[in-house]
Write a protein that binds this ligand. Structure first.
Ligand SMILES: [Fe+2]
Ligand SMILES: [Fe+2]
Length: 275
């Protein structure tokens, strides 16, 4: 893998351009937007709360990893410490809002269920997120960047919506997450771009190795998470193509970071592979 390309700057517009291309290539049946309606039945409410509890757990897991990483990964790196402190605060606020929204909708505080789900993230991710800088970056890629195409696909297919959650997402979550993704890309580029050709080759091998480990760790979680998400948002049978789009998007992210073309990447673990 040799560096051959000059990358455009990573922006949310650039992300959208790639994701739109992948959706029209692999899931052309997906509309640009659907009509949405609010939750109507108890079953829909239960499905929605279950889905949001998992969302809160995703964010609280990030908080727990960032707290450890500030101490263990970013030890002598104040730039990274400051970025992680922002990410920790933002994702903590997302988790807290989601917790309170589930409480308002269901009448009970879901904090214990959220923490149980967070424990599962620690179980399947193991020590990868805080093992070393590459493991930590793989964690950031999996929890912030690799999910982007599937989130955009969800947004396009959503039929059932909670207006309060939707407006919080527009005002707070979406801009925060864009900041996090850009920060992760910058963190990698700061070190990778300064490396010698030989170091770059070593960096590439280590990043792919850690990212592949992260993918294997997350495959069964993603499978069940997508089922729960699609049921809650009302489009159980219309998300065909999500695995292919997820895999293709992940390749785009990794190729961009390594400054190579997608075709120069080795074959990678697919999200559809069963462990
Ligand atoms: Fe978040
Ligand atoms: Fe985030």
């Amino acid at each position: 893998m040799t560096a051959t390309l000059t990358r455009p700057i990573w922006t949310t517009e650039y992300e959208l351009e790639i994701v739109d291309k992948l959706i029209s290539q692999y899931a052309p049946h997906v509309p640009v937007k659907q009509e949405t309606r609010p939750i109507e039945t108890q079953e829909e409410l239960d499905n929605f709360c279950r889905f949001r509890i998992r969302g809160a757990a995703h964010d609280l897991f990030i908080v727990q990893v960032c707290a450890k990483a500030i101490n263990q990964i970013a030890t002598n790196d104040p730039e990274l410490q400051l970025f992680l402190s922002r990410q920790l605060g933002d994702d903590g606020a997302h988790a807290q809002h989601t917790r309170l929204r589930v409480e308002a909708l269901s009448g009970h505080d879901p904090i214990d269920e959220i923490q149980q789900q967070v424990k599962k993230h620690w179980e399947f991710m193991g020590d990868l997120p805080i093992r070393d800088w590459f493991g930590f970056l793989a964690f950031e890629l999996h929890y912030e960047l690799h999910i982007v195409a599937s989130l955009i696909l969800n947004k396009r297919l959503t039929k059932i919506n909670d207006p309060n959650s939707a407006s919080f997402a527009v005002e707070k979550i979406i801009p925060d997450e864009a900041f996090h993704r850009l920060g992760v890309v910058r963190e990698w580029q700061c070190k990778y771009d300064k490396a010698s050709p030989q170091q770059k080759a070593e960096f590439a091998v280590k990043l792919i190795e850690a990212d592949e480990e992260g993918q294997r760790c997350r495959n069964s979680y993603l499978k069940s998470h997508w089922e729960i998400t699609h049921r809650a948002l009302g489009y159980e049978h219309e998300a065909e193509g999500i695995e292919v789009i997820y895999d293709a998007w992940r390749r785009e992210v990794l190729a961009y970071l390594l400054d190579i073309s997608v075709s120069q990447l080795p074959k990678l673990v697919s999200v559809s592979e069963v462990n």
